[in-house]
Design a protein around this ligand. Structure first.
Ligand code: BEZ
Ligand code: FE
Length: 290
């Protein structure tokens, strides 16, 4: 169509969907809404052409700094509250299942598999506090689940994840634990410290544009997985940390806050007890009932 106008351009673009090649229902749904909201945004703020070009250049710069160690677009999504929103939409909390929260950009696949009670610490820091972290993984009925893998990762006492710090050994403060026959797991970690999310490049530019600080409260990340259960991506937060009420990525949930208490033996400085509940996946639950 020629001579589109401010008033009809949105409808014209939506009407063009699938014009030359068939597209799926979901594709049509997503693109229709995206076009509506993007056009609505441009009209709302009367976006200038200079601002449009700035945004294109900004996205190109964000793309150029992405590599296997830095995923800038997840960071941008986090700063805008998109990852936490998408997580809540994808994983509505059902019953007593543990709450999920954002994955973030620092997960690495295939961490070292460790026996129960092992330490994920490969390099020590002078100011570290060591933590005995243990708990049970149970199903909704309270029965311990055997053979759940828990991938855990956290920042070092200098506030850096191992893959953003050339002075830490590969996979420092990362590990994969497996629950025993009672659903029990345990590992030794360091007390996680608050840290600023990477704010040197385009993520920092966005934070400053929004007038926002980059800090996250101290937390340890978890991914719990076992066939027949919904994979749980979550974090456990230190109840005494700063920034719990002002997380730069909006990911704190009250039920994920745990107290790091003085340890009762000399194994570590502190101890934490935190239990998880995993939800059986519908298809498997159905199979089990058959
Ligand atoms: C993290 O907790 O590792 C994280 C989450 C979102 C953005 C940046 C970091
Ligand atoms: Fe983190």
């Amino acid at each position: 169509m020629r001579d589109v106008t401010i008033d009809n351009v949105t409808d014209v673009v939506i009407a063009s969907l699938g014009d030359k090649a068939p597209i799926g229902d979901r594709q049509r749904e997503v693109m229709t809404s995206l076009i509506k909201h993007l056009h609505g945004f441009c009209k709302d703020v009367s976006l200038t052409h200079g601002e449009f070009l700035y945004a294109c250049d900004y996205l190109a710069r964000a793309g150029r700094i992405c590599d296997d160690k830095r995923q800038e677009f997840i960071l941008l999504g986090d700063i805008l509250g998109v990852e936490v929103l998408v997580d809540m939409l994808t994983h509505p909390v059902e019953g007593n299942e543990s709450v999920s929260t954002v994955l973030g950009p620092f997960y690495r696949e295939n961490p070292p598999v460790l026996p129960k009670g092992a330490s994920i610490i490969q390099k020590h820091f002078p100011n570290e506090e060591t933590v005995w972290f243990e708990g049970y993984v149970r199903d909704a009925q309270g029965k311990g689940i055997e053979g759940v893998t828990l991938d855990v990762w956290e920042d070092a006492p200098n506030g850096l994840y191992e893959n953003h710090d050339p002075d830490q050994p590969d996979y420092n403060l990362r590990g994969r634990l497996v629950t025993d026959a009672d659903g029990h797991f345990a590992f030794v970690a360091v007390r996680p410290v608050p840290y600023p999310i990477p704010d040197d490049e385009t993520a920092g530019e966005l934070l400053r544009f929004m007038g926002h600080h980059p800090y996250r409260p101290g937390h340890i990340h978890f991914i719990l997985a076992k066939d027949g259960y919904r994979t749980l991506v979550s974090q456990v937060f230190d109840a005494d940390s700063d920034w719990l009420d002002d997380d730069s990525v909006f990911a704190v949930k009250d039920s994920l806050v745990a107290r790091f208490e003085p340890a009762s033996d000399s194994r570590t400085d502190l101890k934490v007890r935190f239990d998880f509940v995993m939800k059986a996946q519908a298809a498997t639950a159905q199979l089990a009932a058959e």
